[in-house]
Design a protein around this ligand. Structure first.
Ligand SMILES: NC(=O)c1ccc[n+]([C@@H]2O[C@H](COP(=O)([O-])OP(=O)(O)OC[C@H]3O[C@@H](n4cnc5c(N)ncnc54)[C@H](OP(=O)(O)O)[C@@H]3O)[C@@H](O)[C@H]2O)c1
Length: 283
């Protein structure tokens, strides 16, 4: 089988690529920067250089002879890139496409509408699909590291609301299983972490991992927006994040699913474990 990974230099795509390599495969990667891919994977992958913003020629060449695709796309207009990849995959005779999507296609919150349009752009294109509808990533908590390191505090507008963040390794394990085993074609897999936690509980878990108390401080939506604009700028991304945090506070994102244990035959990794693995970032 030949696999092509989009987003291979990113958080989840790199993990899927590593898992395929560990299984003895030689995946291909579609990347903007060949040096970045080489420094990450050495000579264990075939590298196709291209940019999904300018897909025409590079996509067709990269997809020739490919059986399975793992697709990561971002931004409010990600459906245009999903459609371009699905069309090129269909033309190339690709058999299966696994898209990293979000649980929020069901809530309409945050990036949910972007991915709902992306999923619609892939359905009925003649390529079997699996959508990985993931909960928020535990690795989002790295965004708290500066405030926790400097001031021992996590400030958030999520109040006492809870969310079942998922470990990035579990997302990659499920995506790799879907790609390799082909048992989930035509399905949308809702995956979450093992339990829904409040941001206060996650702050406490990080505190336990670093051996120092981490306070939780509630802020308003306006304060949260002002703080995200400082690092991400104004626009749909900042709005989407504040939208997500409000939905957490209102208890609309507390879903916990059993799909990770059902597919992988073991428990989903806990936030405590993630915090221990990443303690250094908060010290
Ligand atoms: N964070 C969450 O809580 C969460 C929850 C559910 C779903 N999601 C979804 O997960 C996805 C993000 O996954 P991630 O965290 O693994 O992403 P990431 O770490 O930000 O990586 C993005 C990858 O996409 C590549 N890329 C970006 N623009 C490209 C282009 N024009 N052409 C080719 N490649 C391009 C990047 O390449 P470079 O290295 O060149 O930049 C990078 O490899 C998004 O769709 C997001 O909505 C996120």
């Amino acid at each position: 089988m030949t696999y092509l990974i989009f987003g291979a230099t990113g958080n989840i795509g790199s993990r899927v690529t590593e898992r395929l390599i560990a299984r003895g495969e030689r995946p291909a990667v579609f990347v903007r920067d060949a040096r970045k891919a080489t420094s990450r994977f050495g000579d264990q992958v075939d590298i196709h250089v291209g940019d999904l913003e300018k897909p025409r020629s590079s996509l067709a060449a990269a997809l020739a002879g490919v059986d399975g695709v793992f697709l990561v796309t971002e931004g409010p207009d990600l459906d245009a890139r999903d459609r371009a990849v699905a069309d090129a995959a269909s033309a190339a005779g690709v058999r299966h496409l696994v898209k990293l999507s979000t649980l929020d296609v069901h809530t309409g919150v945050g990036t949910g509408p972007w991915h709902a349009r992306g999923e619609a752009a892939i359905r009925d294109r003649g390529v079997a699909f699996t959508f990985i509808q993931s909960a928020g990533f535990m690795s989002n908590a790295l965004g708290w590291s500066h405030a926790i390191r400097e001031r021992g505090v996590l400030r958030s507008s999520t109040g006492a609301g809870t969310i079942a963040f998922i470990h990035p390794d579990d997302i990659a394990d499920v995506a790799t299983a879907a790609l390799v085993e082909r048992d989930h074609d035509g399905q949308a897999l809702i995956i979450t972490g093992p339990e829904a936690l409040s941001y206060g509980e996650m702050a406490a878990a990080i505190g336990r991992a670093i051996g120092r108390r981490v306070r939780f401080e509630e802020i308003s939506d306006q304060q949260a927006h002002a703080s995200v604009v400082r690092w991400a700028g104004k626009g749909p991304y900042a709005d989407a994040l504040v939208d997500i945090w409000r939905a957490v506070r209102e208890g609309r994102l507390a879903t916990v699913s059993d799909v990770v244990p059902r597919i992988l035959g073991r428990k989903a990794r806990s936030f405590d474990r993630w915090a221990e693995e990443n303690a250094e970032a908060f010290q």
